[in-house]
Ligand binder design. Sequence first.
Ligand SMILES: *Cc1c(COP(=O)(O)O)cnc(C)c1O
Length: 386
Amino acid sequence: MMRTLATPQLMLARGEGCYVWDVDGKEYLDFLAGIAVNSLGHAHPVLVDAVSRQIATLAHVSNYFATPPQLELAERLTRLTGAGAAGRVYFCNSGAEANEAAFKLARLNRGASGRRKRILALNNAFHGRTMGSLALTGKPPMREPFEPVPSGVEHIESTIAALEAAIDDRVAALFIEPIKGEAGVIDLPEGFLRRARELTEQHGVLLIIDEIQTGIGRTGKWFAYEHAGIVPDAVTIAKGMAGGVPIGALVTFGWASELFSRGQHGSTFGGNPLATAAGNAVLGEIENAGLVENAARRGEELRAIIHGFDSPLISVVRGSGLLVGIGLTEGDAHRLSDAALHHGLIVNAPNESSIRLAPPLIVGDAELAGFRDRFGRALADVAPHR
Ligand SMILES: *Cc1c(COP(=O)(O)O)cnc(C)c1O
């Protein structure tokens, strides 16, 4: 394995529901879900059945041909995002690729005289690791070793004042990560998305929301922008959309759907029948089982549990629905996630002062009780109660 990441601590062999088992047979309660990917948990029968049937029928055909699962998923996404009949969908295989497509879309919004050359994104937001998505990512230490990256991107603070100062008629697009997951589950200020929508509309700027981590029901709505009551011009989706089968999508709304023309973008695997059948199974099950509502309700219960710990380590709880950030009083996040693992619980430390939780959308009473028990023990190990 290339040394691009830290060495994994565990080797996992199988999963079922909200649990996984390592190669030695030890059980773990999975409150990360592959970083908000396993929406239905592990080995969900609806997903297993759909993928098994599709691979036995037609797995891949190239984009010279359409397939029924592909069109069905495109229709679902235009409906669920609110893009409706004027919406269009581009399929790819990952979040970074969805943002690459969105970056190219932004370049096509040149304005009449071709003067829209500026692209805005937020400091500390994460948009991916490929060169274009890295240019959008507002974390200089990630970007700098690989410069020069594509030009024209300016990073601004996540404040309404910074939006008002930056947006003008030379801006092609504004990229927003509505809750900054990789930064530790950091919320935007109240009113930020609504003001971003007003200003981008006034100035003909594409408002592109990166819902790769927050989308597909994770925050207790299908998409996080719904909490703000706004509709974007484009949205990028990936992680939770096919329950672990690699997929990504760019969905455009209204006039943004007219920007790409024939031959301007493509992907060999993008939108193949296998991946899109998995997407249909996941989205269908989320609707049938009421999992968006479950994410909202279980998210509240999870927050109540965390507030109930009364640990000197916990300073604040952030995020929405089942995307939860626990801000710590001291930089003990890695010790805490290691202690949780020891007690059979998978959580994530995106940085030294935050714990991120993103359990499967199917979590219920038993899993929340398991979390209370196991995380409580991890907290007590790292900082004994007052
Ligand atoms: C994970 C993530 C990405 C990148 O997705 P990949 O599938 O890893 O390329 C982009 N944006 C956000 C907000 C993400 O959470």
